[in-house]
Write a protein that binds this ligand. Structure first.
Ligand code: S3P
Length: 172
């Protein structure tokens, strides 16, 4: 398929960019965390609290598998841990263009400092949490993506334009 899948660390702008990109391209938008929330009938924090991270990852993989069956082209925004799971990577590779949105720790700090919806960042000092998790994930994100977009200092419309022009340049 030729979906566009946005990946990257929490707070890098996947959902905001995805919604705008979908609107600009006239394509449906799917936020994987939203699908998980709806299917589980509870918030992500509650899933983590009640059943733990591994259970959440199973739900995430199930959602990815379902989306990979769709014949309709879509813009998909993934949760920050989705692309890190080895089981998801071969599925992702067949789904279309994987776009990595990159953001510096300072940018992420600004976006995440008042957030309490992300269980992976709860407890402890936020900057340390971000740095540690990002260090673990960075090379994985880079290895699974087709395109890297630096988002620091750019507004969402600039990022959307960048992705669209890359997509256009790939067309025959
Ligand atoms: C997670 C990122 C979250 C959500 C869950 C786990 C992660 O999505 O899937 O809290 O492991 O990075 P966002 O990246 O949209 O915040």
């Amino acid at each position: 398929m030729n979906h566009i899948i946005l990946i990257g660390f929490m707070g890098c702008g996947k959902t905001s960019v995805g919604q705008r990109l979908a609107h600009a391209c006239g394509l449906p938008f799917v936020d994987m965390d939203d699908v998980i929330r709806k299917e589980a009938g509870m918030e992500i924090t509650e899933i983590f609290d009640r059943y733990g991270e591994r259970y959440f990852r199973k739900l995430e993989t199930e959602v990815l598998k379902k989306l990979s069956q769709s014949q309709e082209r879509m813009i998909i925004s993934a949760g920050g841990g989705m692309a890190v799971e080895p089981e998801n990577q071969p599925i992702l590779a067949k789904m279309g263009t994987v776009v990595l949105l990159e953001a510096s720790v300072d940018t992420l700090m600004t976006r995440l400092k008042n957030d309490n919806t992300r269980p992976m960042l709860q407890g402890g000092e936020l900057r340390t949490k971000i740095e540690t998790l990002q260090a673990k994930r960075k090379s994985i994100y880079e290895s699974v993506c087709d395109v890297r977009i630096v988002t620091d200092g750019k507004d969402f419309s600039q990022i959307v334009d960048e992705i669209r022009s890359i997509e256009k340049s790939k067309q025959p």
